[in-house]
Design a binder for this molecule. Structure first.
Ligand code: CMC
Length: 434
């Protein structure tokens, strides 16, 4: 896996009269990359703020074609998977490289849905301690970190087997953590996992079923959530996955890496954008101001306001995931919350932004977070639960990336810097005698 197609020739860098030959690697898809790993010997480094053009790993998991607005998991277009597969089959695909056959699928589901995978009592005690004011993302990160205490699989000798066992436990635990976080947010008793339901159904009933009632989630809602989990399952080296890989490279524990990734995902420029979008749409509605006022603010470099849910580092076209999510939002909202005024505002905002010169020239389109919150809201989730739902989906990709590193091996991640501080100087005498 991850083996470059071969050399695409070489690039020559001329510096201080010397020609430095740099090999160019050609991937199976995407931009060729100049291999600068030998550049240090010439006293040089590469300056690339935000790692926008830095390929730090080879990976065979996911490919984002930003120009075309396409996303592929192990070569399969994501929209095909989103419409036909179950989330756990897609998780299997990401982790093991192929879609499971029916027996493999059954075995994988049985492992993930095994009741003993999660140490309920200890984890419940942890959630007892969490105050309502704590953000659910912090709850998920803390509970995931706590799994290190119960990870007997960490003692497995084979690095791949170790990650597989930990990954199964993570996939098993996250719907429960999300349900528990929801109970803290709502101040209601905790639900119990119902292992006879499928993954998305159980996630829904954990979040919404009042203990003692036999209410089960309806099919359309569970299908929509399954689609959202698939669309969020992986997105190559985004901020949280890059964080996870950096932690993995130091040899730290899997759950610590996932906990770090959850925290990275929380930020409003990353996964936290789904919550920020709804807050922005609400602000627009409450203000009574025209959309042109907000577009003007988004264009103004002196104003920190940005159009949340718009723009992407890689997509310079309509985000493949956003297209599917927009349609799911239209279908589900009509069924569950036909009068949601925020959907109307979102649709109009998209229309005016896509016709605006600022957004056109910068190729800014709606991303995965623009419409997902509308769906979660229609289902009944409070906005602080949106990013935890992103975590549940993305966990599949995190397991796949950790496994890829564990089986391929890697060097410790350690970017360099352009130091711009003071040169060496002596501490003044007065300071040393104080
Ligand atoms: N509103 C207004 N202007 C924007 C926006 C936006 N949402 N996004 C980018 N721009 C402008 C930016 O100011 C810059 O303008 P100029 O060239 O005049 O300086 C230009 O477009 C390029 O943007 P950038 O900030 O250099 O792009 P980036 O790749 O560093 O950042 C981003 C990507 C996603 C952080 C950014 O587009 C953004 O802040 N979007 C809003 C937050 C958001 O929706 N995040 C979710 C991302 S997708 C899911 C995920 O990652 O979890």
């Amino acid at each position: 896996m991850g083996v470059p197609e071969g050399s695409a020739g070489a690039a020559t860098l001329r510096y201080e009269g010397t020609d430095i030959e740099l090999p160019v690697e050609r991937p199976t898809l995407g931009r060729s990359a100049v291999d600068i790993s030998g550049i240090g010997a010439h006293g040089l480094a590469v300056y690339d703020p935000g790692y926008a053009n830095t390929a730090a790993y080879q990976s065979a998991i996911t490919f984002v074609d930003g120009e075309a607005g396409r996303l592929y998991y192990r070569g399969y277009p994501v929209e095909q998977l989103a419409m036909s597969a179950s989330f756990l089959d897609v998780a299997y695909l990401l982790i093991y490289g192929e879609l499971p056959g029916s027996q493999q699928s059954e075995e994988f589901v049985a492992q993930v849905r095994a009741p003993k995978a999660v140490p309920h009592v200890a984890i419940e005690r942890l959630f007892d301690w969490f105050p309502e004011s704590m953000h659910p993302m912090a709850m998920l990160a803390t509970a995931t970190e706590a799994l290190t205490a119960y990870a007997e699989e960490d003692s497995a000798a084979d690095p791949g087997a170790k990650v597989e066992a930990a990954g199964v436990r993570l996939l098993s635990a996250l719907p429960i953590f999300t349900g528990y976080a929801m109970s803290v947010v709502r101040g209601l008793p905790r639900g119990r996992s119902n292992r006879s339901l499928d993954y998305a159904e159980d996630l829904l009933q954990l979040c919404f079923t009042i203990p003692g009632s036999d209410h089960l989630p309806d099919n359309a809602t569970a299908r929509a959530l399954n689609t959202l989990l698939i669309l969020h399952a992986d997105h190559e080296l985004n901020c949280s996955t890059a964080t996870l890989r950096l932690v993995a490279s130091s040899g730290a524990s899997f759950y610590s890496g996932v906990s770090a990734a959850i925290n990275a995902l929380w930020g409003p420029l990353h996964g936290g954008a789904n919550q920020a979008v709804i807050r922005m749409l609400q602000e627009i509605k409450d203000s009574g101001k025209p959309l042109s006022y907000f577009l003007e603010r988004a264009r103004d470099k002196m104003d920190p306001f940005r159009l949340m849910g718009f723009g992407h580092r890689v997509y310079k076209n309509y985000d493949a995931r956003a297209k599917v999510i927009r349609q799911v939002a239209l279908d589900l909202v009509e069924k569950l919350a036909p009068a949601d005024p925020l959907l109307e505002i979102a649709l109009r905002l998209e229309e005016v932004a896509l016709a605006d010169e600022y957004f056109i020239s910068r190729r800014l389109y709606p991303n995965v977070d623009f419409y997902s919150g509308i769906i979660y809201r229609a289902i009944g989730f409070p906005d602080e639960m949106f990013t935890p739902l992103f975590v549940v989906g993305r966990s599949a990709g995190w397991v796949a990336h950790w496994l890829e590193m564990a089986t391929e091996g890697s060097r410790i991640g350690r970017p360099t810097q352009l130091y711009v501080g003071p040169v060496e100087r002596s501490v003044p005498k007065a300071a040393t005698t104080a």
